[in-house]
Design a protein around this ligand. Sequence first.
Ligand code: ADP
Ligand code: MG
Length: 347
Amino acid sequence: MSAASSGNDCPGKSSGEFDLINRFFRRARDGMAPGVVLGVGDDCALLTPTPGMQLAVSTDTLVEGVHFSADTPAADVGWKALAVNLSDLAAMGATPRGCLLALTLPAINEAWVAAFAQGFFALADTAGCPLLGGDTTCSMPRSAMASSVLPCTMTVTVLGEIPAGEALHRDGARPGDLLCVSGTLGDAALGLARWQRMNRDSQDPTIVRLLRPTPQLVLGIALRGVATAAIDLSDGLLGDVRHILAESSRASGKACGAELQLAALPRSAVLAGLAGPEAYEYMLAGGDDYELCFTVPASRLTALHVAATSVQVPVTVIGRITADGRLRCLAADGGEWQPSRASWEHF
Ligand code: ADP
Ligand code: MG
């Protein structure tokens, strides 16, 4: 799209857009990644699909002021913009093939863009996910006052591959399946609470969990053929389990519910130091964990432990799928626990 029609040029900016792309987002190595015919620089990127594989595609946006505060280090924003997308590939059991980045900024701040790119590529290189293209636009209307506060937004699209028919769906849970999660829960939500109280300690493990989530790609791949359903935990355990229940009920025609054992929820040392009810709120309703939540038939429990051990990711059975259509959290004494907060929704 031309700058005139799209408003691509920030006020006072000349060839900034292409200069920015070439300096910060165009890397020779991405254009030479396996199966990549053409990367950044043309109208489209070109990829050679692997025979027998299905393409997994997903997109997610981060908005300044909604998903991260304006004072979040740009490198962490870059990491997280890609991490939340790779987490969706992980939840389907896909292997990353590449990504696209649409960046909308009110103005060009080169130091910010450089740090953003550094964080983005740190994860892209770890995950083997080349950047193949994108779009760079300015959100400042030409008529706007320079003092208007406009948010940065970044939309990442990821492309992955899965052997045909082996993707992990949300709708495959059945009554009797065990409900499991990877890693520990609630750390990022505690990190967010601390961040909102102006804690900016980059060594605080809860803030690291908030700013630099680790997509569980290797586990997702290991769960192919083992898990019956999977989702990544972005909005909070209860809300995300509800998605599995709703989709599985729809697919099976049965009212799938779940029983969660509160005492079984895996927690880090920091969460373990909190009083039970406070820790439960973070673990059940807190978002941003980016762990995987999945179901396995009881008969595959050994296969699950073999798979999880092979990729060295801790997994915990936290409950089971029931046939009563209800989602219940049970305390050690068998009593039901009612969380006070719901999980995150935008509208
Ligand atoms: P077009 O006008 O054809 O959409 P653009 O001028 O937007 O192309 O982009 C030029 C090239 O730079 C394209 O290959 C596009 O994919 C790539 N690109 C633009 N912005 C980014 C970005 N932020 N990161 C990576 N590649 C980008
Ligand atoms: Mg464009």
